[in-house]
Design a protein around this ligand. Structure first.
Ligand SMILES: C[S@@+](CC[C@H](N)C(=O)[O-])C[C@H]1O[C@@H](n2cnc3c(N)ncnc32)[C@H](O)[C@@H]1O
Length: 244
């Protein structure tokens, strides 16, 4: 296989995207076939059925297409907004929790000089296409930041780092994948534990950001703010920021 020449940060929820696109294509194909078979004998009903089934097929295709756009374009914009909000000076230690193929950890490393960025993950294949530590390391190499990036295999609920170790902790679309509330709270508490006093925490996620905000307030976080809702991946999503 030829070596990649450009970084690839993967497609989120690849099975769901494929399902949406194939359902859309099959529904459209079925609608057209039914129309062609029946249009001579029953032109009115055949046309009506084509419009209804065609609309359903198009809706599936639009949702699938928007999910692809969210991964390939929208998420890069989210990354820049998160990193801009950190206003890194260049000497910080940054942790990306659930880094996948390295989107945020590599983005942070590109803004560092003497600092280091660490990405941790358990690399669930159903959460991101081609998800692996090797893919993240390869992307770091292609972006020219291997010397500033460390990629480690560990669970967000049990970070193997001492308390007060990072100037900034970030996470993008990862924590909602933990199925139970206790596990998600545990992950947020771990992110809080490893953050230095005065450090900043930014989480972008779908569905659960209110939970994370409540957990952080219980931990004693200050300036806990939630952004306005957006609907990337056709799901309610927000950016949560907090300071220790
Ligand atoms: C949708 S992907 C997003 C990856 C990356 N943050 C990005 O934005 O491209 C979600 C990631 O969370 C990771 N993840 C899920 N549960 C995790 C856990 N308990 N600990 C660490 N990572 C986890 C998955 O393996 C996956 O890489």
């Amino acid at each position: 296989m030829a070596a990649a020449s450009k970084p690839d940060y993967g497609l989120d929820a690849p099975t769901m995207v494929k399902r949406m696109l194939s359902r859309g294509a099959w529904t459209l194909a079925f609608a057209i076939a039914i129309y062609l078979v029946n249009r001579a004998e029953y032109p009115g009903p055949a046309g009506a059925l084509l419009r209804v089934l065609g609309a359903i097929g198009v809706i599936f295709l639009v949702i699938g297409g928007f999910m692809v756009w969210s991964s390939r374009v929208g998420k890069l914009q989210v990354r820049e907004r998160i990193l801009d909000s950190l206003a890194l000076q260049g000497d910080e230690r940054v942790l990306d929790v659930g880094c996948g193929r390295g989107l945020l950890v590599i983005g942070a490393a590109k803004r560092l000089k003497s600092g280091k960025a660490t990405g941790i993950d358990v690399w669930n294949p159903q959460d991101l296409s081609g998800n692996s530590a090797d893919a993240a390391k390869e992307n770091a190499k292609l972006e020219g930041v291997s010397d500033r990036v460390r990629i480690e295999n560990c669970d967000a609920r049990k970070l193997p780092y001492p308390a007060h170790n990072y100037d900034a902790v970030v996470s993008c679309l990862a924590i909602h994948n933990i199925p139970d509330r206790e596990g998600r709270d545990q992950a947020v508490r771990e992110m809080w534990r490893v953050l230095k006093p005065g450090g900043r925490l930014v989480i972008f996620d779908i569905f659960r950001t209110g939970e994370y905000a409540a957990c952080l307030r219980e931990c004693g976080a200050v300036d806990v703010t939630l952004s306005a809702l957006s609907f990337l991946w056709c799901a309610p999503s927000r950016t949560l920021t907090a300071r220790k």
